[in-house]
Design a protein around this ligand. Sequence first.
Ligand SMILES: NC(=O)c1ccc[n+]([C@@H]2O[C@H](COP(=O)([O-])OP(=O)(O)OC[C@H]3O[C@@H](n4cnc5c(N)ncnc54)[C@H](OP(=O)(O)O)[C@@H]3O)[C@@H](O)[C@H]2O)c1
Length: 310
Amino acid sequence: MRWTTSNIPDQTGRTAVVTGANTGLGYETARLLTEKGATVILACRDLAKARRAASRLGSPRARTLHLDLASPGSIRSAARELEGERVDLLINNAGGIRPRHAVTGEGFELTFATNHLGTFAFTGLMLERLLAVPGSRVVTVSSIGHRRGTMNFEDLHFERGYDYQKAYFQSKLANLLFSYELHRRLTEAEAATISVAAHPGNARTEFGRDMSPFVRLMMRPVMRPLTWWLMHDPEVGALAAVRAAVDPSVRGGEFYGPPGRSQFTGHPERIESSLASYDADAQRRLWAESERLTGVVFSSIPARPAPSAG
Ligand SMILES: NC(=O)c1ccc[n+]([C@@H]2O[C@H](COP(=O)([O-])OP(=O)(O)OC[C@H]3O[C@@H](n4cnc5c(N)ncnc54)[C@H](OP(=O)(O)O)[C@@H]3O)[C@@H](O)[C@H]2O)c1
């Protein structure tokens, strides 16, 4: 049976923080959750856009928060602003693809910094609030593109040459490695919070905004008669993250997205990710590197020593 909006349980009394909720999949996620009674905090890098999105939602339970995932200062102040708040769901949705090489103030490559490092740091700073809420979840949005991703630990920031696809696919593989390592640590700590991953398939959003005119054209709703087999509308794409966030049958460490061989379109089901994403050594290595680069340490869920080979 297709998992649809009618499967979303009542969310009254729950609070979700959705990153990048001013447009695209984040906006649809926020819309679906507010419609089911949740309070949703739209955590966005452009407050004016966030306020416009909140007013489009037309719900008294839609709030805004400034969060630029490429800025460690912004991440810390956003987390501080949420101090004392009950947070049931953190939906790590924000992300993008950048045709040209760019770096943050820290010198981190912008795709990796935004899509992975910022997400890692914000989750770490939100963890205490999540751990305090039984049934809380962290949902991290990856992509089918993760299958083409490899972790280039020797040159995570593409200082030896930038390839925008490699940078994006690496960041989306990193999202999964992070989600699964977070799951392992939460389980070992017997936490009441779970970590789940999702991917939206291909969805008509602003995702292609910095890409070629051809890609931008293909992503437009007007092209639906030609692209129906390749991409779906954001209302369907967002269901994967929403299911990961609210379906009572979901367990930590799982991955949700459109089914089938291509996984381009369709209503979300539990699926498997690439072999590379289940590599426990890569998960641990990325985690250690992310702690070092961001200075955020998840002290309440420390790693257990890795099983020795001998
Ligand atoms: N659409 C697809 O086909 C597709 C496929 C696979 C995976 N995904 C994933 O789905 C997620 C959402 O993408 P989308 O399709 O909805 O794209 P989108 O329409 O371009 O929305 C991306 C959102 O991320 C925000 N964002 C970008 N950089 C940020 C930063 N530094 N700090 C905070 N927020 C930031 C954007 O804010 P601004 O509006 O201010 O830029 C926007 O709200 C991404 O993680 C993407 O990788 C999308």
